[in-house]
Design a protein. Structure first.
Length: 442
């Protein structure tokens, strides 16, 4: 039952009163309200998460005395959970219900900042980072819910709106976090994060309940294993995911160790660092629509190559200057090439996978993306000494840039040729059980 009705039902003269439960895959009569609530919940949740991370967590860990390798482990906790949770998140939301999974993610946005308010110690920061890992459940479950409730003809537009509002939530977060750190202290950043997390949690609670579709024949493990097997059997899908993971090394090091470099070497305050890191997000916002428009067909590969090689060059340039405006320009450029690579890779994946296998492919791509984040945070932590100097930062950023650039050089050789969809036999396998990982929008 997707709605409450007066006894007799509409086919016998009854009338629909109000939605009480969303039957997954069937739009309800009040879909606009549901879509608005989940989109606003996403906006405030992502803003809370971004404020807590950039540049807050990096600078906070440093001020608490974390060494680079300890900080690398700390920064890697959440994306490690992302690797474990992101791939099965779509399927899990189908089996237990979208709202239940969204509530878990929204609870994270509220509890993790509150934990940071308890005491100033590294173990508490590790606990908070562990909780933030569960936020990886929100995006795939939110997209699945939007796909469920919005009428078929409107789905593409409203999924794009959902993603856009999530990005906007991240856009101003580093700027506000840096300002609050300099003017009022870390504690007020955590209070604001908890407040936005509370708003996200309340909007999530206002969502109508949704039924899961659990059955003994559709276990999470079986669906995830099918995802991995199908992608591994088609090298272009696997390599596209590997290259996306290589590109995300850039984001890993910039979110984690760029604030250290900017403070230790460039002598910038938290407010200036937050402003520079905002350029990363704004550059991505600028690049995405342009890339989507011009990277059609065989032009996707040049966009991927250009994005990865551009990242390599810009990472090398980061540690060659201490000027505020130069660093701002470099970070804005990194945001652009990151956005170019992201959109072109996902579009290539869509071409290569076909509609029915896109769910399997996008889940694996998300896992490789988080793996790249982990690498971009752990490797520099192992390279930097306890008191890093400019040359140490140059080495760490240079090595990450070399890996990204080397991967970019390999792209034309491993993704060459037509990116047509896999055989119908494999797409049929998805129709039998893989659809929930990324809902079919047809």
């Amino acid at each position: 039952m997707g709605v409450d009705t007066i006894p007799g039902g509409p086919e016998k003269g009854g009338i629909i009163t109000e939605p009480s439960e969303i039957a997954q895959g069937a739009p309800g009569p009040d879909w606009r309200s549901t879509n608005r609530r989940v989109t606003l919940a996403s906006f405030f949740g992502f803003a809370s998460l971004a404020m807590a991370y950039s540049p807050t967590l990096s600078l906070y860990a440093k001020d608490l005395g974390a060494s680079p390798w300890v900080a690398g482990i700390l920064f890697s906790v959440a994306p490690t959970f992302g690797i474990l949770l992101r791939i099965p998140a779509g399927a899990l939301s189908t089996l237990i219900g979208r709202k239940r999974l969204l509530t878990v993610g929204a609870t994270t946005y509220l509890l993790a900042p509150l934990v940071l308010l308890t005491t100033e110690s590294l173990p508490v920061v590790f606990l908070s980072a562990f909780l933030f890992g569960f936020a990886n459940l929100y995006m795939p479950a939110g997209i699945s819910l939007v796909n469920d409730v919005v009428p078929e003809a409107e789905r593409g537009k409203y999924i794009a709106y959902y993603a856009m509002w999530g990005t906007l939530g991240r856009a101003g977060a580093p700027f506000l976090a840096g300002f609050l750190i300099d003017e009022m202290g870390y504690r007020y950043v955590f209070i604001v994060c908890a407040g936005m997390g509370l708003v996200s949690f309340l909007y999530t609670l206002l969502l109508p309940p949704s039924k899961g579709e659990a059955s003994p024949e559709r276990s999470i493990s079986r669906q995830v294993l099918r995802d991995l097997k199908l992608v591994v059997r088609h090298p272009k899908l696997l390599w596209a995911s590997v290259f996306r993971g290589s590109q995300s090394l850039t984001q890993g090091i910039m979110n984690s160790y760029f604030p250290w470099y900017a403070r230790d070497v460039a002598g910038l305050g938290a407010a200036a660092i937050g402003q520079i890191q905002t350029g990363l997000v704004l550059g991505g916002i600028f690049a995405r629509p342009v890339t989507g428009k011009f990277s059609s067909g065989r032009r996707r590969i040049p966009f991927i190559v250009g994005g990865m090689l551009g990242s390599a060059v810009l990472l090398f340039l980061v540690t060659r200057t201490t000027d505020y405006f130069a660093l701002m320009a470099i970070c804005f450029g990194l945001g652009i090439v990151e956005g170019v690579c992201q959109i072109a890779t996902v579009a290539y994946l869509s071409d290569a996978a076909g509609v029915r296998m896109f769910g399997a492919a996008i889940g694996v791509l998300g896992g490789f993306f988080d793996l790249g984040l982990v690498g971009g945070r752990l490797v520099p932590g192992m390279l930097l000494p306890a008191a890093p100097l400019a040359a140490h930062y140059a080495l760490a950023f240079g090595i990450i840039g070399a890996v990204v650039g080397g991967a970019g050089v390999c792209v034309p050789f491993l993704l060459r040729g037509s990116a047509g969809p896999p055989p119908e036999s494999d797409q049929a396998a998805v129709r039998e059980g893989l659809g929930p990982n990324f809902p079919d929008s047809r």
